[in-house]
Ligand binder design. Sequence first.
Ligand code: NDP
Length: 300
Amino acid sequence: STPATLIDGKAFSVALVERVGAAVARLESAHGVKPGLAVVIVGEDPASQIYVRNKGETTLRAGMRSDTHRLADTTSQDELLALIAQLNADTGIHGILVQLPLPAHIDASVVLDAISPDKDVDGFHVVNAGRLAVGLPGLVPCTPLGCLMLLKDQLGDLSGLNAVIVGRSNIVGKPMAQLLLGESCTVTVAHSRTRDLPDVCRSADILVAAVGRPEMIKGDWIKPGATVIDVGINRVPSADPVKAAEGKTRVVGDVAFKEAVEIAGRITPVPGGVGPMTIGCLLANTYSAACRINNIQPEP
Ligand code: NDP
């Protein structure tokens, strides 16, 4: 059989950012509304610093306002909540993102639920989780939204397909399940207590892996021709033993890619698949939040 088609999330995201940028320009010229995204980072975590810088640069590239609030890791929870209250009230800001993880002395769930649900562009607020669960319009978490965009782009109508999601986190697995249910898939959510996980995976026309375990899902767990979406981002020692000894690392997904690519019909590579989609969806959410807050019909 021929190897799977690679799903190029990087190219898709570049095009998405361009599309959002064009919609932003029209929103500003027709309605005088310039979407604004505020990103809050507490502490010096190097990976988070890079994510936040990239988000800021891409936000500006899409023609939006970008504010980055860098707070010391000694910031108290009350100080952080005060900043969120200020951003909730700021009419020039339509999206608020608090970069995770937060320092241990801050309760992330309290902070996330203090964000106005209408500005909650990460989609983590309980109100947005509830809206998604009951099928009301709201803000959807960026990573599963990006996965859904790729799936619809690849497969068109998803209705009736068997979807298996491995992982049930509030950030990826659960919202992914809600989205696919909304597309009329038959959805199975697997997790660490699932029995016969390989067999469950073999029933999937669409297999979404969001586990956080390097290359756990093997090639022979995949139904021939299935579409595989690998959300995992796992840092492992370099494949080259010399480089590994020097402490060099590489990133792999939750799917054993080399095996899977021979069996799947379509598959997202890691890196370059799901990962780059998240930023595009963040900007799409910020644009749609700006439209909603101003009672303007967003472009599709
Ligand atoms: P969590 O750790 O929150 O959730 C992992 C899920 O996998 C849990 O539901 C857990 O089950 C399940 N699980 C763990 N071990 C097994 C196992 N052996 N068999 C079956 N299920 C198992 O992770 P996230 O959802 O936050 O992230 C998942 C992956 O996606 C990570 O690699 C992360 O780095 C990546 N990620 C990538 C993003 C991006 O592309 N931008 C964004 C977010 C995450 P249980 O509930 O029973 O413990």
